[in-house]
Design a protein around this ligand. Sequence first.
Ligand code: GLN
Length: 454
Amino acid sequence: TRDCLAEIDGADALGAFVHKTPEIALERAAAADARIKAGEAPDMCGIPVGIKDLFCTKGVASQAASAILEGFTPEYESTVSQNLADDGAVMLGKLNMDEFAMGSSNETSTYGNAVNPWKVDDRDLTPGGSSGGSASAVAADLCLAATGTDTGGSIRQPAAFVGITGLKPTYGRCSRWGVVAFASSLDQAGPMTKSVRDAAIMLQSMAGHDPKDSTSADLALPDFEAALTGDIRGKRIGIPAEYRMDGMPDEIEALWAEGRKMLQDAGAEIVDISLPHTKYALPAYYVVAPAEASSNLARYDGVRYGHRATLAAGDGIEQMYEKTRAQGFGPEVQRRVMIGTYVLSAGFYDAYYNRARKVRALIKKDFEDVFAAGIDAILTPATPSAAFGLGEMADADPVQMYLNDVFTVTVNLAGLPGIAVPTGLDKSGLPLGLQLIGKPWAEDEMLNTAYVLE
Ligand code: GLN
């Protein structure tokens, strides 16, 4: 813990930790030592971790990287961070992210962006988003692991951009209680770690039924680490034709081929499959996610949480809402709220939101069909490219940024587990990752297949 705290203090330029909690860390580390000495330590006991700023942590600033939550210190702890703390994990502080987890580059954060520890010709690169601080911190050895959240790819894309493992569990596996809501039907917390084994160990601690979240599944947890046998003989791995995008860089194509070979060499059978509605996933996601976000973000009204605008003489409650929200929300969040309220409005609900919900059901059915036909897991690239330069995309059309999520959003729309595993380097030496998509509640099997790819 002391070594991590020293590393964190020396790494301010990475912008990964936005609230440091050294006193809490040292106290928890001492308590963990005592448990270890007493011989009653769970696997996470004494492990120094970072917590994404989206998780409410009792008595510690939890801002979702938004100016509107400036000064908000929760009175309660999220179930996931509490589960980790109960197992003796040591929180080092809170990690940078895109504002309300909306973004793919960590550049919408009110704290300023986090930086990828990997560089090309001294050019600063994005660690990805929205869990960019988590990715950067784990890759730069500021902590041994971190929590992330994934609504459309926010664990898997940053993991791929910094060369670590990132797991998005089945929807309902980890409690959303105390995690600031972005799009409630898509949000899931998960581990971001240095290895597949670490992901298995950390997921074991984070996951589990929670009566405080009505969508949390009341299912027994498999032993995720015990599942890592490396034996995938006879498993059928699907390769979806629709993920072979036009203009896909050769190196991504080559990485994917390499992944297929690794699984085949380990005794798996590679099967060509079709997920025909894939091309509608991004448009459906960018209707459903903003719709839910616009509803979830209505609670930031200048009264209940954080920031309130200074009012002029004669200003009433309307002006207070308007000024507070105009000052407190950044441009990307405002864009999402506007899109969301538009697609939910009386005149457009059927044309946009309802249609997107129907498309979502078709995307889910595509996956159900291939799993029913005997496919055990699906292998795809994690991202369409390696990490891009800071500022490079943020200044472009927002749709360019949204295209980053092309391989990841389907998993959230279908509620499935997905994992990004670092599997290679691009020609400039930057990490690239592959994604495995598992059957619902089969994180154990998915982890074991990922273990072979590692
Ligand atoms: N990049 C996607 C978005 O901006 C996904 C974000 C996430 O998974 N939280 O919505």
